[in-house]
Design a binder for this molecule. Structure first.
Ligand SMILES: [Zn+2]
Length: 182
């Protein structure tokens, strides 16, 4: 089931991002304890997936999702799609991307956008540059949804490509304004 989903998602994202990831190495993790060991710290119960080096992807096992995290079993597909999106964003940029953009785009692609958030509310996402507290997930997906709906997906891809490897919040704001005002 994982393999089929990964292949389908890869096809969609190869097209969306205009880059190809040939092989995604998925490691299925079986407990919170194992997650903590791999991450090297005590993780929050919402953390169930992350990307590693060399297109490696770590995701908590579907069967353990409810006992080892605060996610529902039905969310598994979206979680996997979300993490694969992070892999693509990382591959495309090779650099630090504002948290709201990394998370928002991954949520948008995985179908995790909260439909009850208005455009005005979603703009709160912009405050989350380094900070990936729980709140960012409320707004970031919706904000990216509105950006893509109003300006198309190519603009967001162009923006990602323009981010240099180290960037301050202020400098990012300049690149961002440039991309969306021209
Ligand atoms: Zn994420």
């Amino acid at each position: 089931m994982n393999e089929e989903l990964i292949n389908k998602t890869k096809e969609k994202y190869n097209n969306f991002f205009g880059i190809e990831i040939n092989e995604i190495n998925l490691t299925v993790v079986n407990s919170r304890e194992e997650i903590d060991k791999l991450k090297g710290f005590e993780t929050k119960s919402r953390l169930v997936g992350w990307i590693g080096k060399h297109d490696n992807l770590f995701v908590l096992s579907e069967d353990k999702l409810e006992s080892e995290s605060n996610h529902k079993k039905e969310e598994y597909e979206k979680i996997l799609k979300h993490e694969i999106a992070h892999l693509y964003i990382h591959k495309l940029t090779k650099c630090r991307v504002p948290v709201w953009l990394h998370e928002g785009l991954a949520m948008y692609l995985a179908g995790q956008v909260n439909p009850n958030i208005t455009k005005e509310e979603s703009m709160k996402a912009l405050e989350f540059f380094n900070d990936n507290s729980k709140e960012v997930y409320l707004y970031a997906g919706a904000y990216v949804y509105f950006l893509i709906k109003e300006h198309g997906k190519d603009k967001i891809i162009d923006l990602l490509k323009k981010i240099p490897s180290e960037i301050s919040k202020e400098d990012f704001q300049d690149i961002y304004s440039d991309a969306y005002n021209s």
